[in-house]
Design a protein around this ligand. Structure first.
Ligand code: HEM
Length: 428
């Protein structure tokens, strides 16, 4: 029996508080003045606060043995003609972009990390839409890929899959696996899709740029991106967008979930002008209307929505990222229908994460949690119907989840009859 002790009130909070001190919104508009080459400490950078900190955070995950010591800034500004083609229906003004500045990360042992950070300057007045972009790339792949491997290149994909499987186990992280956070990366890079405008979605891998990379909802996903970066270096022919979505599929399967349909061919857009605006990801403090509206915008019905939410049987909330804290189920690295069972069987009462003040639901012994949006699935009668169905029929859940997640990975992607992705001119 489900007993929710507090009456349900659709809680409206002020916009989400910034919980990650290293990612400050204000830095998005920070003007980066060109100066001579200089060295800046990663840990107290005066100007590149966001860039340096978030990058150092990413890199230090993979390179714990050798934390980055210094960042070298090459601040040369060179006027180069844009390689952006004008849109067919709306010709662009002749574009001049400023060459991005390059930051090389040096390690104590003097070896270069193999990464560099490109910081694109604030937009030129003539290009209204262009924002300052921050992109983390491997040095081996500064030429961004606007075409991924072909759907026929099965052998290459198999090698990438194998490499992804190798990075998933991580005994010193959370519950011993990067699977949940990598799955979340795949979901979030697709969840920006807007079926009404046709933009957003995984194609383009726009999460390499601000404002998407600094969207509050994406806090913590640098862990997943940096874990996959060495794979990108080793297999440069796969695009980030293909790699991140493939990694989501493999994570689900490796955690015991169903086989997710996936095809390659996504491209990486060459700059930040197609980054969707913040605010498209679902907000966990909101109600059923918001869930229906957000998933409806992506093209999902109630059944698909409830099946996708079953992924909350995996992983956990982190107060340092979202402000919420705790796991949904007892087995957070094992894909199952436990989320629905727990949601129905436990008694939930509203409480507060002491350190952040964020409200969430706790079960009786406070070992498990639910977010408001999770609880909304049993408050809303239409959602509740599917929660009950999936709690009783794991096979049905697996089938529905595989279909819905496969659909999620394809949002915004058009393919020809051979399965190859049709080019989106605006990306190049
Ligand atoms: C109403 C929709 C949703 C909301 C509001 C929501 C919100 C959240 C929040 C706040 C977290 C905690 C992040 C952190 O602190 O690290 C989280 C984690 C997670 N979410 Fe969702 N989510 C939603 C839907 C989904 C969907 C559809 C999927 C996948 C299909 C998903 C997969 C995950 C996973 C696997 C984690 C755990 C990540 C980890 O352990 O690092 N979520 N979600």
């Amino acid at each position: 029996m489900t007993a929710i002790q507090k009456p349900v009130v659709a809680k409206r909070e002020a916009p989400k508080a910034e919980v990650n001190p290293t990612v400050s919104r204000s830095t998005q508009t920070e003007t980066i003045k060109p100066t001579k080459e200089r060295t800046v400490s990663v840990f107290s950078p005066p100007v590149f606060n966001f860039a340096a900190n978030s990058f150092a955070q990413s890199v230090s995950n993979e390179y714990k043995h050798a934390s980055p010591k210094r960042i070298k800034l090459d601040n040369s500004r060179v006027q180069v003609p844009s390689i952006v083609k004008p849109k067919q229906d709306k010709p662009r003004p002749p574009a001049i972009v400023t060459k991005p500045r390059v930051i090389n990360i040096e390690f104590p042992n003097k070896q270069k990390s193999g990464f560099k950070l490109l910081i694109r300057p604030k937009h030129e007045p003539s290009i209204k839409k262009q924002k300052q972009g921050i992109e983390v790339l491997s040095t081996s792949n500064t030429k961004r890929i606007t075409k991924s491997i072909s759907v026929d290149d099965v052998e290459y994909v198999e090698k990438v899959k194998h490499a992804i499987k190798q990075v998933l186990p991580k005994p010193d992280y959370d519950d011993g696996s990067l699977g949940p956070v990598i799955l979340r990366l795949a979901w979030h890079c697709c969840a920006t899709y807007n079926k009404f405008t046709g933009n957003g979605g995984s194609n383009g891998s726009t999460m390499r740029f601000v404002p998407e990379i600094t969207d509050d909802g994406n806090s913590g996903l640098d862990i997943a991106r940096s874990a996959l970066e060495p794979i990108k270096q080793k297999f440069p022919d796969i695009t980030y967008s293909d790699l991140w979505t493939l990694a989501g599929k493999i994570s689900i399967q490796e955690m015991g979930g169903p086989k997710i349909p996936w095809r390659c061919g996504r491209v990486d857009c060459i700059d930040d002008r197609y980054v969707p605006p913040n605010g498209r990801l679902p907000f966990a403090y909101k109600n059923a209307n918001h869930i229906r509206e957000t998933f409806g915008r992506m093209g999902f019905n109630d059944r698909e929505t409830v099946s996708l939410l079953g992924a909350h049987g995996l992983g956990r909330c982190h107060k340092r990222f979202s402000g919420w804290e705790g796991k949904w189920t007892e087995n957070p690295t094992s894909f199952s229908n436990d989320f629905y069972k727990v949601l129905l069987d436990e008694e939930w009462s509203l409480g507060t994460v002491p350190e952040t003040g964020k409200e969430q639901y706790y079960n009786k012994d406070k070992s498990l949690i639910m977010l408001n949006t999770d609880i909304e699935l049993i408050r809303d009668p239409h959602f509740l119907h599917f929660v009950k169905l999936y709690s009783q029929h794991q096979a049905t859940f697996f089938q529905d989840f595989a279909n819905a997640f496969g659909k999620l990975l394809e949002l915004g992607i058009e393919r020809d009859s051979n399965g190859n992705v049709l080019p989106k001119n605006e990306f190049y």
